[in-house]
Write a protein that binds this ligand. Structure first.
Ligand SMILES: [Zn+2]
Length: 269
């Protein structure tokens, strides 16, 4: 069985993680643009970052037979300064032309402020203008429901957004059904310590069914581990789900969503 990791920040990981993922049959991974653990001090730092994830990481991944794709954007944690954000947005189109850039992401909300919402909306417009997929970061903890609803209301009221081309990430039990019932895709992120566990993720899949659902691990600069994806696969198999059902969640579903970019090179199984 082949595995797709839809969300991992490899800039914060070592080659040992690439090697471990390769040994566990991960064949493609996607790196959304996000916070780096500190606030960048200039728009140029984002230009360097986008160059890193669109040019250097694919070469690191290729050494382990893994296809590396990325998403670019000004992330919600650094989007409070509207002028600064617009400077970053101004050079995003040049990256959208690159062969491994799948769309705008992970855009969204952090503290769900008015300024964050302004920049979220402007990046949705940019995605629509360039016919790009959208990957959305929803706020963590207490603000998740409010932030998710704000973005859902905006996108459903917009009129020009095809929900089949939008992924809401970091979904939990209380936000998942809202997103799915409006026709959007939903991703659940597995963490080793806090938030979603493999058990909670499989419970949700059993409750809501496999349509438009994907799972990602939490590979970043904090307490996290790309292998939590494979722990979740193990949990699903231990509960007696068929290989076909497991393959759908961990390969075919992400493949189906990502192939809409026109750049994702893997075929459905
Ligand atoms: Zn992320």
């Amino acid at each position: 069985m082949k595995i797709i990791e839809p969300h991992v920040h490899m800039i914060a990981r070592t080659v040992q993680d690439y090697e471990r993922m390769a040994r566990m049959h991960t064949v493609a991974i996607c790196e959304p643009a996000f916070w780096a653990g500190y606030d960048r001090t200039s728009p140029q730092a984002f230009h360097d970052y986008f160059t890193h994830i669109s040019e250097f990481e694919p070469t690191r991944a290729a050494q382990y037979l893994i296809q590396h794709y990325c998403w670019v954007c000004i992330n919600p944690k650094e989007a409070e300064d509207v002028g600064f954000s617009r400077e970053v947005i101004s050079f995003i189109p040049e990256f959208l032309k690159k062969p491994t850039v799948l769309g705008l992401g992970e855009i969204g909300l952090h503290l769900s402020t008015k300024n964050e919402m302004t920049i979220f909306a402007e990046q949705v417009e940019l995605a629509l203008k360039h016919d790009q997929l959208i990957w959305i970061h929803t706020p963590h903890l207490n603000d998740k429901l409010r932030g998710t609803k704000l973005m859902l209301d905006y996108l459903t009221g917009h009129g020009g957004v095809d929900p089949d081309r939008v992924m809401f990430d970091h979904m939990e039990e209380h936000t998942l059904p809202l997103v799915l019932e409006h026709g959007f895709w939903a991703a659940m992120t597995v963490y080793p310590v806090t938030k979603n566990s493999p058990q909670r993720v499989i419970d949700a899949i059993e409750t809501y069914g496999p349509d438009r659902l994907v799972v990602d691990a939490s590979g970043d600069w904090g307490p996290s581990d790309p292998a939590t994806l494979h722990d979740t696969i193990f949990e699903m198999r231990m509960r007696g789900h068929s290989d076909k059902a497991v393959e759908r969640i961990f390969y075919n579903n992400p493949c189906q969503f990502l192939r809409q970019s026109g750049k994702f090179r893997l075929e459905m199984m």
